[in-house]
Design a protein around this ligand. Structure first.
Ligand code: FES
Length: 81
């Protein structure tokens, strides 16, 4: 599925950019060799970043922050508080 029509970026390209370390919309565009045109895709890319970026507490990744990982991130965050 296309996420960005202007740059012909599909979900695979955006997810790869995120998995390779992009943590902002601008970094996703850059990693894909693209630049924003109309900007209508920014919210979709932001949602993909939020869905795929692991939660961090005090700069440390939280176990279970991604679906399918073992611990419940909310319980870990409460225990750490
Ligand atoms: S849809 Fe991505 S810049 Fe237009």
């Amino acid at each position: 599925m296309y996420v960005c029509i202007c740059n012909a970026l599909n979900t695979g390209a955006v997810n790869k950019a995120i998995d390779d370390g992009a943590s902002t919309v601008a970094q996703v565009y850059k990693a894909c060799g693209a630049a924003p045109q109309c900007g209508k895709c920014k919210c979709a890319i932001r949602e993909m970043l939020d869905d795929r970026t692991p939660l961090k507490v005090s700069g440390q990744p939280v176990a279970g922050a991604l679906p399918g990982t073992p611990a419940d991130p909310l319980r870990v965050a409460v225990r750490a508080a």
